[in-house]
Design a protein around this ligand. Structure first.
Ligand SMILES: [Zn+2]
Length: 349
């Protein structure tokens, strides 16, 4: 543990009375934390990803290699850009600079990004546009509690909830094995409301021409508007629900979009497939929102739905078991047939 002892104890304190850092030597505490963490992992709470660096001035956090923004290393999420990075050890302060209180990227590539790497730049720029550097030093944050402070009480509460099958909080959405990491990461950001949506950028004092939703130009752009109530999203969603033989009323709020899988509760695969599809829908809606902002280009809901069908097939079929491959025709005509088990037909219709 050595000189980093204090850092591992999440400087800034908040360790509760069950766990006083004043009375117990650090090594014991660390051992206890790891023990508790293993219990948490066993119950489904991913302890290894429970801690992240909390951004201050960005001087000590590695931009690509540490988890400081979202739930994954940016080097994993934006793999193509990571390969082009000239200094893999660049800190956040090296790559993000504040100009007139707006965060701007400061890239240094070994060669100019092109092709798919350009898409990654769009996404990454979008992501970091909502990041603000401060004068404070960087610190650690416990992700499983909304306060960001680690206590054994919080951890045991989470474990108990998980044992009872209750999600401790929206933060604990589990990785969906049918979607790429970037889609998992995106869903996590949506439920965390960490998307650079116009109304939030406006609140932070960023000067925008408009705070209207770029997809429909009729209402203020909020997270709930974009993924739930926007007329364009609603048209896309209706087509998707029909495609999946789901009731049009089955999605009414952000939780339904990201977390709830009421339709296929007694079937894990079905629930995961449907969730994967819903996350891909969000991902592609956001992509089209960005295309509209940046390139002023617009596609019809039907075309976007075709893209969702093709893209979801490509991602999901690649990740499904070889024993039970997903066929394109069947995926296109009746995807919910993949959630029917031999003994039990679930949630269709
Ligand atoms: Zn809209």
């Amino acid at each position: 543990m050595g000189k980093n002892y204090h850092e591992y104890l999440w400087v800034g304190g908040g360790l509760d009375t069950n766990f006083s850092c004043m009375n117990i030597p650090g090594r014991t505490i660390w051992k206890e934390i790891i023990k508790a963490g293993k219990m948490a992992d066993d119950t489904g709470a991913s302890f290894s990803s429970s801690f992240s660096k909390k951004l201050g001035n960005g001087n000590t956090i590695l931009f690509w290699d540490e988890i400081w923004c979202g739930s994954e290393r940016l080097g994993d999420t934006f793999h193509r850009l990571y390969m082009l990075e000239s200094n893999k050890d660049a800190t956040v302060a090296d790559r993000i600079i504040n100009v007139n209180s707006t965060s701007t990227s400061n890239w240094c590539w070994v060669r100019p990004p092109r092709g798919r790497a350009l898409n990654e730049i769009l996404e990454l720029n979008n992501l970091i546009s909502s990041v603000t550097l401060t004068d404070q030093s960087d610190s650690w944050k416990f992700n499983l509690d909304s306060t960001g402070i680690y206590t054994t009480k919080t951890l045991s509460q989470i474990i108990n909830n998980l044992k009872l099958g209750i999600h401790a909080s929206a933060i604990l959405i589990q990785r969906n094995k049918f979607t790429p990491q970037k889609v998992n990461f995106f869903a996590w950001r949506v439920i965390q409301r960490k998307i650079p949506i116009r109304v939030e950028l406006d609140k932070r004092g960023i000067d925008l021409d408009t705070i209207l939703c770029p997809l429909c130009d009729t209402d203020t752009e909020t997270i709930d508007h974009t993924f739930v109530t926007c007329p364009k999203t609603s048209q896309i969603r209706e087509l998707i629900l029909t495609w999946w033989s789901q009731a049009i009323t089955s999605i009414t709020n952000l939780g339904d979009v990201i977390i709830n899988n009421q339709s296929f509760t007694s079937n894990n695969i079905g629930s995961s497939l449907w969730q994967a599809t819903k996350w891909i829908v969000c991902y592609i809606i956001w992509k089209h929102r960005n295309l509209k902002v940046l390139l002023k280009k617009e596609w019809s809901p039907a075309t976007i739905v075709s893209e969702i069908q093709t893209q979801s097939y490509s991602w999901i079929s690649k990740r499904s078991k070889k024993k039970k491959p997903i066929e394109w025709q069947q995926w296109l005509i009746n995807p919910s047939s993949y959630v029917v088990t031999s003994s039990h037909r679930v949630g269709v219709g």
